[in-house]
Structure formats: C-alpha cells, structure tokens
Ligand binder design. Structure first.
Ligand code: KDG
Length: 350
C-alpha cells in the first residue's frame, strides 16, 4: 500500500515543483478586503500594548482577521493601544500561548477549542463528528445563547474569553492512499489534535491516531512519523501540506471554532472604555474572518486540485458510512459533555 521512499521523493519533487508553480501561477484567491473601521475614537485613557499570537500561518484566514483587529484597535484608540501580531506559533503553540496569557507574559491568543478540552470540558461538544451540518448552524450556536454562555464560562483560570472565529470544516489528507471509506484507513498513522474525542474518532474509523501539537505537524508528515492529518482546506494550503501529502478526502467530519482569549491580568488593567473597544474589535474580527474563511474554502480546494493534490469528494452515501461508523462516539461522550447541550445544538440545525 505504501510507496517506496525514493520514487515517492522524485515524484514528490516533480509534483511539488509542478504543484507550486501551478499553485503560484493559478489565480490568487479573491480574499475579501479588510473592511473600513466602524465606530468612533474612544476617550484616551493611557497607553497599552497588546501582543496577539496565533498558531496558524501568516497566509491563513485567521491572520487576516488579526490584521483587521489591529486596524480597529489602533485607529479607535487613536494609537494609545498598540497591537503586535505573531503567527505560526512564534510565541508558543495553542497550549503554551494560553499558559503565557495566564502568567501575563502575553496579552491575546485565539486557539482552536480542541486542545483546550482538558481545561474546559464543555468545549468537547465541538469535537463531536458531523454535529454542525452547515457554517450557518455554527454561527447560530456560537453567536447565540450557547456561544455566549461558553464565553462566560471560559472566562476563568486567568483568562477572559471575548469572541469566536472559524478554523473550519476539517478534511483528511495523507501520503499513502486515496480514502473513500473507513476501510481505506486501516493502519494509517493519522495525527490528531491533542484531544481525546479526535483520538476516539480515528481509532473508531480504524486508523492509528497520534496526538500532536500543530507546531510539530509539518515536520512529522515530512519525516513520515505520521501518514496523514486533518485540517480545513485553508490551513492545508497555508501550511504547505501539499509538499508532504498527495491525497485528500473531503470528509467535513468536524467543525472547529477558534476562541479569542485575553490575559485576565492584562484585562483587569484595561480601563472599561478600552475593554469595550477590544470586545467590539474581537467581534468584528470574528465576523470578517468567517467571511474570509468561507470565501476561500472552495477556491483553495480547487487550487490544491490544480496543483496536483488528488482530492476525493465523498458522495452523500460515502459520508453516511463515516457517520454511521462514528455514531458510538456520541454514546461514549454524551454523559461527559451533557446530552442537553448536544440536543440544543442539534435543535439549532432544524
Ligand atoms: O493555533 C493553531 C491551531 O489552533 C489550529 O490550527 C489547530 O486545527 C488545528 C490543528 O490541527 O492543530
């Protein structure tokens, strides 16, 4: 099943060169421009600096959102609040960044909810497979009572949770074989986020899952430590996984949000007027980032195809096979997560 390293390397170099030139040559994705700043300049109440660090790369939708956040906060504070952006886990991966917020050495970050389930068990609901049938249902839940309650509940342990953004629907990629059914996953080493539900999902599907920080993923794929991984198309492209992954299957198996967090130590030093400004900016950032994420999603998939990635679009019947095989994951986690919350989210899709 697995190709020999040498032929794979030579064909990889060929494909990558072809792919990259095609990727570069093909029309640049039409990214929605960063909107103009809405809202007045707030009353000056001293000078502050925000270091905002994320784990995804500079060319992803998330970083675009941060650039809009920076523009809003600096303009509406008339420069009294300066924002410095960091990407690609420059100031630590999701868990390190969160711990830096708790110690007060970093002001803001926006990790996926999945690596934080150890701290906030209620976040596990987002990792249940196929729970959010559309992005609109995700918005309804995140921008509604459920989402607000989760932000309030997550404002503890030295953190203040102020908003949501979109990582997106996750797709499987691998370097070994096209995957159209769980049977094709037999023995495949799949990297997952550091999250027990994701481990359960890939184990239940018959693969051999390994939890790993996003910051270590590219090297692990390159060195064959793992055969595959799963992330939204935008992250697959922005992280250049095409250089180390030949096959992809459009599984849409989990919708992952980003949560916008502030260091409580920093937050408590911010005057109320500035707190409201940062909250407003986080909301506008999240809305714009979702727009970018959704505008780019299909464009990026087409680009990866043109660049030589063999993408399998599963039929509804094939998706159903995955859904049926993963039904036990709900039984395993219903009590821990809370049936009420799961049912409330399911109701939101009706
Ligand atoms: O900070 C980056 C991570 O939050 C994000 O990319 C997580 O989807 C993720 C993954 O696969 O680790």
């Amino acid at each position: 099943m697995h190709t020999t390293t040498m032929t794979r390397v030579t064909s990889l170099i060929g494909a990558t060169l072809l792919g990259l030139t095609t990727l570069q040559a093909s029309a640049a994705p039409e990214i929605p421009p960063i909107p103009a700043v809405q809202g007045d300049v707030v009353q000056a109440e001293g000078d502050f600096k925000i270091k905002f660090s994320i784990g995804t790369t500079q060319s992803g939708a998330q970083y675009r959102g941060l650039e809009y956040f920076e523009k809003i906060v600096e303009q509406r504070s008339d420069g009294h609040i300066q924002v410095e952006l960091f990407h690609s886990a420059q100031l630590g991966d999701d868990l390190q960044a969160v711990s830096n917020l708790q110690s007060g050495t970093l002001e803001m970050t926006a990790p996926s909810t999945s690596p934080l389930v150890g701290m906030f068990p209620e976040f596990a609901v987002f990792d249940l497979p196929f729970l959010f049938p559309t992005p609109e249902v995700a918005d309804k839940v995140l921008d509604g009572e459920i989402g607000q309650k989760m932000l309030d509940d997550a404002s503890r342990q030295g953190l203040v949770a102020i908003g949501w953004a979109e990582n997106g629907y996750r797709q499987l990629t691998n370097s070994a074989t096209p995957v159209t059914s769980p049977d094709d996953l037999d023995g495949l080493k799949i990297r997952t986020m550091q999250n027990d539900i994701h481990l359960g999902i890939w184990r239940t599907l018959g693969a051999n899952p390994t939890p790993m920080s996003f910051a270590e993923l590219f090297t692990a794929l390159e060195q064959g430590v793992v055969d595959g991984q799963e992330n939204p198309w935008i992250t697959i492209e922005a992280s250049k996984f095409i250089e180390v992954q030949d096959y992809a299957s459009e599984t849409n198996h989990v919708y992952t949000p980003f949560i916008t967090l502030v260091s409580e130590r920093f937050w408590n030093r911010l005057p109320a007027g500035y707190q409201q400004l940062v909250r407003d900016a986080a909301k506008q950032m999240g809305d714009y980032e979702r727009e970018v994420s959704r505008t780019l999603n299909d464009q990026i998939k087409q680009q990866l195809k043109q660049a030589g990635m063999q993408i399998t679009e599963l039929t509804p019947e094939q998706v159903e096979v995955f859904q049926e095989k993963l039904a036990p994951v709900y039984d395993d986690w219903r009590d821990e997560i809370g049936g009420e919350l799961i049912d409330a989210i399911r109701k939101a899709s009706q």
